[in-house]
Design a binder for this molecule. Structure first.
Ligand SMILES: [Zn+2]
Ligand SMILES: [Zn+2]
Length: 225
């Protein structure tokens, strides 16, 4: 398909989603991925920034079966074309989607778990939140890449790190070395899995402020709250 044809064949459903030329030309999407992408794109650039209508709506507007849609969604999440967000509502697991790109540019500059303003669902437990981070690490390679590109002091302010640190402190109430319960910190015993801490909790150790200072030398105690 050349560019002119792509522009002419722009399709609109009754709710007005648009297949843009760049979705075909730059992202190399074909049917039904291009329709799925276009529908999710429509909701991503609107107020909610999320596609929340579920699989049946996609089935209806693409004419593909439910298993086929699920399979295509999986493939697009793997390629980082779309972003999957798992939310638990009254113990029901819901999958919401959004797209990263606008004209080939990243739509969401940071993974949501790196956005200091991000809040987990109300009433969710630390265990549930850690599971979400682990799922994100497994399905979205962009997360690790973005963490590695961050300044370390900014990483420490992310919901990603804060949740992991809170989780570990909720499990270990005492310093691993001196058993003090004062001013606990979470320390990286190695950075080999930096960006995937949620999948390698064994790399992290709870220390009191005093013992943590000894690890880093007294002057450098800014990291790892
Ligand atoms: Zn200690
Ligand atoms: Zn440390």
């Amino acid at each position: 398909m050349n560019k002119e044809n792509v522009e002419k064949t722009t399709q609109i459903d009754e709710n007005g989603y648009i297949i843009y030329g760049w979705m075909v030309e730059d992202l190399k999407l074909c049917s039904p991925q291009v329709q799925i992408y276009a529908i999710i794109h429509k909701y991503s650039i609107e107020q909610d920034k999320l596609y929340t209508k579920g699989i049946s709506y996609l089935t209806k507007y693409t004419g593909y079966s439910k298993p086929a849609i699920i399979n295509h969604l999986k493939k697009m999440v793997k390629k980082n074309l779309i972003d999957k967000r798992v939310i638990y509502k009254n113990n029901v697991r819901l999958c919401y989607y959004s797209v990263y790109r606008e004209n080939g540019e990243c739509l969401l500059p940071f993974n949501r778990y790196l956005d200091p303003d991000f809040k987990f669902a109300k009433g969710s437990t630390l265990e549930e939140n850690i599971k979400l981070l682990q799922e994100e690490n497994k399905t979205n390679r962009e997360l690790k890449k973005q963490i590695l590109n961050m300044e370390y002091k900014n990483f420490l302010r992310t919901p990603y790190w804060k949740t992991i640190a809170m989780y570990l402190k909720s499990k270990h109430h005492f310093c691993t070395i001196c058993h003090s319960d004062k001013a606990l910190r979470v320390h990286h015993s190695t950075y080999v899995h930096h960006g995937e801490e949620a999948l390698h909790l064994e790399d992290l150790v709870v220390l009191c402020n005093e013992c943590h200072k000894k690890f880093h030398g007294i002057k450098n105690n800014k990291e790892e709250k």
